[in-house]
Design a protein around this ligand. Structure first.
Ligand SMILES: NC(=O)c1ccc[n+]([C@@H]2O[C@H](COP(=O)([O-])OP(=O)(O)OC[C@H]3O[C@@H](n4cnc5c(N)ncnc54)[C@H](O)[C@@H]3O)[C@@H](O)[C@H]2O)c1
Length: 381
């Protein structure tokens, strides 16, 4: 039965994504698909661990005992730090007064430039490394006296689809490495905050999907995220490594420029330039404002018990509402953003109560405000 469900979900996905339907709104003038002007920062090549030369970090490295005695200033390592959520998690760490360390395979800092001021970037230590290298990761944790970890490094849906073996190495083995490294340092690092995804659900899950669900992913990427959750469960059960997994849905906001659901933010970027474009999916989904997602991941890094998994409490919206919010913030593109009415292969809505119960209220902005702030930031960049 389970196998049947999985194969049905997969075939639905391929049908949806291989042959999208007609544009939901005819465009007023010829526009192309929403695309990023930034070059991607994932080159999928293992390059070993070495420092990225650019940023400086000046604070001295405290001893482990001092770290335990200092509850307000943590040394937070963010893996996948040069990604969209990574940049916002680094910002959340700085805003909380912590020392921030970014770990990433790539070396392109364009998202940090969008999210952080030059003064903020000066306060961050960037380390170039590969999450699939357990020894290198352990060295980084020790050399920098890391006391909190947020694990975001991953390959998203299109990259996993293009190279499933690499996707499994990065998303599955990389996450096992992170848990293993923290397990060996529980005296200094209380647990792991990590990114799961709404992609653990499939199109046949009910909506709103129960938070306890997520058994039949429709993508290989979703399978890797589901495996991360199972990895977390077993590291708690067998080794008492606490963890907090957050499942974002569609993250939007400055820096979101790659992955299957980046098109709404790319449309905001285009709107800031006065251009329209076509979004390659439609239907109803939940929208998670990237700065708020970063705050949640930073808070989750202080987890001390259990293997918690929580959906991100995003804003449910149809694509028509997303486009209306873009047009309200950039009236010059009115009628020039179109979308394909193919829904994402996930339930439209997710139950999401566990996250704020555990981490406190996040005060996420309304969709219109988040879209407005995003377009304003693109205009200033
Ligand atoms: N963006 C979304 O809508 C969304 C939704 C659900 C879940 N997530 C998850 O949240 C996390 C962050 O998402 P994002 O949008 O910032 O992704 P992103 O693609 O923007 O960033 C991922 C980062 O991971 C880095 N990376 C890739 N392979 C690596 C390796 N081997 N070692 C070290 N770093 C490596 C990349 O260079 C990149 O900077 C990911 O785990 C993603 O799967 C994102």
């Amino acid at each position: 039965m389970r196998d049947a469900l999985i194969s049905r979900a997969r075939s639905t996905t391929w049908r949806v994504w291989a042959a999208p339907g007609p544009a939901a709104r005819p465009v007023g003038q010829a526009v192309g698909p929403c695309a990023s002007r930034a070059r991607p920062n994932t080159d999928a090549t293992s390059i070993g661990v070495r420092p990225i030369p650019r940023p400086k970090h000046t604070s001295p490295r405290p001893e482990a005992d001092d770290l335990r005695a200092s509850p307000i200033r943590e040394r937070v390592l963010v893996t996948g730090a040069l990604g969209c959520v990574g940049a916002w998690t680094l910002k959340a760490a700085l805003d909380a007064g912590d020392d921030a360390f970014g770990f990433d395979l790539g070396d392109r800092t364009q998202r940090l430039d969008l999210v952080l001021t030059p003064a903020e970037q000066e306060r961050i230590t960037l380390i170039q490394g590969d999450i699939t290298d357990l020894d290198g990761l352990g060295r980084v944790l020790d050399e920098h006296g890391i006391t909190r970890v947020v694990h975001l490094a991953a390959l998203q849906v299109p990259f996993c689809r293009a190279d499933p073996a690499l996707g499994a190495r990065v998303n599955v083995v990389g996450t096992v490495n992170l848990f293993e490294a923290v397990k060996q340092r529980l005296n200094r690092i209380p647990g792991v905050a990590y990114a799961s995804s709404a992609a653990v659900y499939g199109p046949d899950d009910s909506s709103p999907a129960p938070e306890s669900g997520g058994a039949a992913p429709a993508t290989f990427y979703g399978v890797t995220k589901q495996t991360n959750e199972e990895t977390a469960r077993l590291y708690w059960a067998e080794s008492h490594v606490p963890s907090f997994g957050i499942r974002p849905y569609v993250v939007y906001g400055p820096g979101r420029d790659q992955g299957m659901t980046s098109a709404p933010t790319l449309a905001m970027e285009a709107a800031a330039r006065g251009e329209g474009c076509e979004i390659a999916y439609g239907g109803d989904a939940q929208y998670d404002y990237a700065p708020t997602v970063g705050v949640a991941f930073h808070r989750a890094a202080s987890v001390r018990e259990g293997a918690v998994v929580a959906n991100f409490p995003g804003v449910p919206a149809s694509m028509a509402e997303v486009v209306a919010a873009i047009e309200a913030a950039a009236p010059e593109v009115e009628g020039r953003i179109s979308w394909i009415e193919s829904p994402l292969p996930f339930p439209a809505e997710l139950e999401a109560t566990a996250l704020e119960r555990a981490l406190g209220p996040l005060r996420a902005p309304a969709l219109a405000d988040g879209v407005h702030e995003t377009i304003e930031r693109f205009r200033r960049s």
